[in-house]
Design a protein around this ligand. Structure first.
Ligand SMILES: *[C@@H]1O[C@H](CO)[C@@H](O)[C@H](O)[C@H]1NC(C)=O
Ligand SMILES: *[C@@H]1O[C@H](CO)[C@@H](O)[C@H](O)[C@H]1NC(C)=O
Ligand SMILES: *[C@@H]1O[C@H](CO)[C@@H](O)[C@H](O)[C@H]1NC(C)=O
Ligand SMILES: *[C@@H]1O[C@H](CO)[C@@H](O)[C@H](O)[C@H]1NC(C)=O
Length: 255
């Protein structure tokens, strides 16, 4: 799958686990390379993002064998979760414009009617879009219900930072409506069949269930912080159901 971007992402994530001095040295030299690789794939100015709208993460510039010149909600959200962590921790304060472009791009994609539906009829579960923010309409393994959960987790992290820094207006007016669409979708549809993250099996998926559980726990805490008390109980009770389902699933794996 999407080697360029995933390899860069794994290189960055490994930094968190570095122990030995040899690993430390490798991480120190590789991290800037991996980070630049990630940034190169983000529109509008990344060197490998030609044709991508602002804030759109290109899976790969490859257009044949295989054609990966698309943007996946899952991959984009994982990429930006990491960039948002670097921004909110103070490690890289230059990322704010890009993060704002990402949240704006995702707000647009949420509303694009696609083969999974419209924003109110399941379209949030559409796995991938064209990099010019139009729908991808060929056959594909759809829906993939981890995308909205991962997107909510990433944007909540940024929104919490904005609240910490007194920018409540932007969070309430601009980010909360985007976050809420995703959380409402997860709360309503988590028990429906989904294609897994490798896009092959239409079933339930441990990964999907795990990230949905996380999103609803974080979503309940975030909604509570924002004074959106009307949704908190619903998110919490579906998170409880997700946890129960996860535990049943682990027992199947163990036997
Ligand atoms: C992208 O490049 C254009 C043209 O140079 C510039 O105006 C814009 O600020 C750049 N955007 C980002 C996010 O760097
Ligand atoms: C709040 O954050 C948004 C997003 O970065 C920014 O556009 C806006 O200027 C900020 N508002 C204030 C008052 O800082
Ligand atoms: C929905 O929940 C039921 C009861 O926990 C479970 O048996 C079923 O496998 C779930 N289906 C999906 C697709 O998650
Ligand atoms: C996925 O599985 C569900 C439940 O068996 C079924 O209703 C749905 O049509 C399947 N979707 C695809 C695309 O095969």
């Amino acid at each position: 799958m999407r080697f360029t971007l995933l390899a860069s992402l794994i290189g960055l994530a490994l930094g968190a686990f570095a122990q030995s001095s040899a690993v430390d040295a490798y991480v120190a030299s590789e991290s800037p390379v991996a980070k630049q690789g990630v940034l190169n794939n983000i529109g509008p100015n990344g060197s490998k993002s030609h044709g991508a709208k602002a804030g759109i993460v290109v899976a790969s510039p490859n257009t044949e064998n295989p054609n990966y010149l698309y943007t996946w909600t899952r991959d984009s959200s994982l990429v930006f979760k990491l960039l948002i962590d670097q921004f909110t921790s103070g490690e890289d304060t230059s990322l704010r414009t890009l993060i704002d472009q990402f949240t704006s791009a995702e707000a647009i994609l949420q509303q694009v009617p696609n083969p999974s539906g419209t924003v109110s009829t399941g379209g949030l579960g559409e796995p991938k879009f064209n990099i010019d923010e139009t729908a991808f309409t060929d056959p594909w393994g759809r829906p993939q219900r981890d995308g909205p959960a991962l997107r909510a987790t990433a944007i909540i992290r940024y929104a919490d930072w904005l609240l910490d820094n007194g920018n409540t207006t932007y969070v309430e007016n601009t980010l909360w409506p985007v976050i809420r669409l995703d959380l409402d979708y997860v709360a309503a549809d988590w028990n429906q069949s989904t294609f897994d993250l490798w896009e092959e099996i239409n079933s339930s998926s441990f990964f999907t269930t795990a990230v949905q559980h996380r999103a609803l726990r974080e979503g309940a805490a975030f909604a509570s912080r924002l004074g959106q008390s009307g949704v908190v109980d619903g998110y919490t009770s579906q998170a409880d159901n997700l946890l129960c389902f996860l535990q049943v699933g682990s027992r199947f794996i163990a036997t």
